[in-house]
Write a protein that binds this ligand. Structure first.
Ligand SMILES: NC(=O)c1ccc[n+]([C@@H]2O[C@H](COP(=O)([O-])OP(=O)(O)OC[C@H]3O[C@@H](n4cnc5c(N)ncnc54)[C@H](OP(=O)(O)O)[C@@H]3O)[C@@H](O)[C@H]2O)c1
Length: 271
């Protein structure tokens, strides 16, 4: 276990951000030094702990990420893709390692992550849970072993508030499967089936409803059998715990762009 850190949370009033702050202030080894919300947040200037209903912390809620980057050893970002565009240049200037858990990133965001990671350590992972990352490693292996006689279909279900579809986790599963097959994901991803299925495609099905935290099923289906790998998330603590594990690991690393497979040592574990 590494040194104790001063950690800032961008998006600390969000579903995952809130869980992270609670984890840090309730007996965590690391110190919570501040966090942001959007400029529209009605609680800006209020005590963060009081705004989150977890007691007084003596830190005011801000929409200014600069303050957080100036005071933190490491920053965890669970805001959104648009906000990330402002956060990455700050991380670069202030030389603060970052754990980024935002989904719905576009190619431009990825290029910025890669550029910034030349000077600071970054973890980017659309899903921080241990179970999901283990599943991704097995999806890659299964896709390699089954080959193209088995159709790959990915089914995911999330809560009604989710902004992106398919989810970042479902896309990560698709990319793992494409890697396993030695194919480019862009060439074989089929986000919505229209008409007859093309052999070799990776299909996606998306469902949204209520407060479902996250269900994922990756199916390999041939004419004779069906094989599935599945995962269900029960609470957001798995994301918060994964992000904190990534933070502890990242603080010991040199500049570079890492994922949860690196953090959890899964790249070689299932080969
Ligand atoms: N990697 C993983 O394991 C994982 C797991 C779950 C979710 N996610 C992803 O993480 C992200 C956050 O998820 P969530 O469910 O926590 O979302 P959420 O509940 O909507 O929270 C978003 C947070 O970002 C803040 N925010 C919004 N716009 C901002 C801006 N322009 N500048 C600064 N802060 C801003 C919000 O502030 P206000 O409260 O003021 O709106 C809030 O604190 C999403 O992309 C989600 O898909 C990743």
């Amino acid at each position: 276990m590494g040194d104790a850190m001063k950690i800032g949370i961008l998006g600390c009033t969000g579903r995952v951000g809130k869980t992270l702050v609670s984890r840090l202030v309730n007996g965590g080894r690391h110190k919570f030094i501040g966090g942001t919300a959007s400029s529209a947040n009605a609680k800006l200037g209020f005590d963060i702990g009081e705004a989150l209903g977890i007691g007084t912390l003596g830190i005011a809620l801000t929409d200014d990420p600069t303050i957080v980057f100036e005071n933190a050893d490491l920053v965890i970002d669970f805001t959104n893709a648009q906000a990330l565009e402002h956060h990455l240049p700050l991380a670069e200037t202030k030389k603060v390692p970052c754990v980024v858990g935002i989904t719905g990133l576009e190619d431009g965001h990825r290029r910025t992550l890669e550029r910034v990671s030349k000077t600071i350590p970054l973890v980017y992972a659309p899903n921080m849970s241990f179970g999901i990352n283990l599943l991704l490693a097995y999806v890659e292996k299964a896709a390699r072993l089954f080959g193209e006689d088995y159709d790959i279909e990915i089914l995911e279900m999330h809560h009604r508030h989710k902004a992106d579809a398919p989810s970042g986790t479902a896309l990560a599963a698709g990319k793992a499967a494409a890697r396993g097959r030695g194919r480019s994901f862009g060439d074989i991803a089929c986000v919505t089936h229209k008409g007859r299925r093309r052999q070799g495609d990776i299909g996606f099905a998306v469902m949204r409803g209520g407060e479902i935290m996250g269900d994922l099923q990756v199916m390999f289906v041939s004419e004779g059998e069906s094989f599935s790998l599945s995962h269900r998330t029960f609470n957001r603590e798995v994301y918060a715990d994964g992000a904190l594990k990534a933070a502890e690991w990242l603080y010991q690393q040199k500049a570079g762009l890492y994922d949860m497979q690196d953090v959890l040592g899964l790249k070689t574990a299932t080969s």
